[in-house]
Design a protein around this ligand. Sequence first.
Ligand SMILES: [Zn+2]
Length: 202
Amino acid sequence: MANVSLMACPECDLVHQMSHLPATGTALCARCGAVLRQGSRRSLDTPLALAFTSLVLFGIANAYPLLVLQLHGSWQEATIPGCAKALVTLGWPWLAAILITTVIVAPPIYMCGLSFVLIQAKRHRNGPWTARIFRIVLEFQTWAMSEVFLLGILVAYVKLTDMALVAPGFSIYALAGFIITVSAVASSLDPMTVWDALGDRA
Ligand SMILES: [Zn+2]
């Protein structure tokens, strides 16, 4: 019974006994036909490199202004942390909390956690926290909503051009790059490859 593990179908929860799968093989659910596992495993290097790139872009997006606008003769810069502060000042603390959670806190936690797990997987080390962190990371994926924020900023940019002289800041480009790399991380990441590399807990 070596190298046999149990796996529940993601669609119908039927539990299967999984053993070694050839590189060109595909395991399907016996009940509903859903794909359980592909034989060819994806690389861990690609999502790791993309995760590091996204962290750099995230740092740039938070350090530089999103928009630079001229109001009443003076130039003002709007940054992401500045937007959260402005929402609190305007009396919308709950909106500031959503912005902080989904745009400032969730993305770096997700990327740092994922980078840690991928490094551990590459070293085939499954410490006491690695599997738990990976489960949290997979849950966190849905809480990072930078693309919604970027869309809101673009709408604000278009509307503000009628009232003031507005220029996009460096942060917008970094945020757009960050969103693209996050999507690339999600599409290049194969959770089963990570679980296989982690193996049994050390
Ligand atoms: Zn099924």
